[in-house]
Ligand binder design. Structure first.
Ligand SMILES: [Zn+2]
Length: 222
């Protein structure tokens, strides 16, 4: 018995709305029925993973993401995809009234999908894989900037004061190794040494780096 690609995707999409434990069993069930390796485009894979993550968000993380995304620009192309009631809330409230409300889930879904920008297909494939069942994610990862400190392609734009999720370097445009970087309170050379020894640019920032950051992004080989 086998299912076509679209049918399998639809089945998986419906099942992934549930939480992580159900996510795993549902995926296993679908793939077992399909009895084949699953190919998935990148957009669909990210959507599924964001739904999985949404089901496991802590209240603290929900609040934090909602506050970060509450000011989403109405000109943002993703804004149009949000349901009308949610768009009205965004237009008329300064902040979410009740972060636990499922009404906010479409905005959280956008935020979580955003967290996978630039993440390599191999990582997405691994996240979707199940014992004995392979998922191959395909599609263009897009252009990402190389972090001056850790050399992973983790930054959406360069020299924009974005913080690298792999090493926690704030990209202020510094490229000279021995020049002091104000936002980072150290030189790039010192930060690189700390990253090698500590896994982050400082001891204090170790708690903020992504535990699987090195697997998420491509490493720029000199
Ligand atoms: Zn970095």
């Amino acid at each position: 018995m086998s299912f076509g690609y679209v049918t399998l995707k639809t089945r998986v999409s419906q099942l992934f709305i549930a939480k992580t434990s159900i996510f795993v069993s549902a995926m296993a069930g679908s793939l077992a029925l399909a009895g084949l390796r699953c190919f998935m485009n990148r957009k669909e894979a990210i959507s599924l993973l964001a739904r999985r993550d949404l089901g496991t968000l802590s209240l603290e993380k929900r609040e934090s993401l909602l506050l970060d995304w509450w000011s989403i620009d109405p000109d943002d192309p993703q804004y149009a995809s949000l349901p009308d009631p949610l768009r009205r809330m965004l237009a008329h409230s300064d902040q979410p009234d009740d972060p636990t409300s499922a009404l906010y889930n479409p905005l959280l879904q956008l935020a979580l999908e955003y967290s996978y920008i630039g993440v390599v297909n191999n990582y997405l494939s691994t996240q979707l894989a199940l014992p004995g069942k392979e998922v191959t994610v395909e599609g263009d990862v897009g252009d990402m900037e190389v972090c001056p400190c850790c050399r992973y392609r983790s930054l959406e734009t360069g020299a924009s004061y974005d913080i690298c999720g792999v090493c926690f370097w704030e990209d202020d445009g510094t490229t000279e190794l021995h020049r002091h970087s104000g936002p980072n309170h150290q030189t790039l050379s010192d930060a690189q040494r700390n990253f090698r020894h500590l896994g982050a640019v400082t001891e204090a920032s170790r708690q903020y780096v992504l535990a699987d950051g090195k697997n998420r992004y491509a490493l720029m080989i000199p």
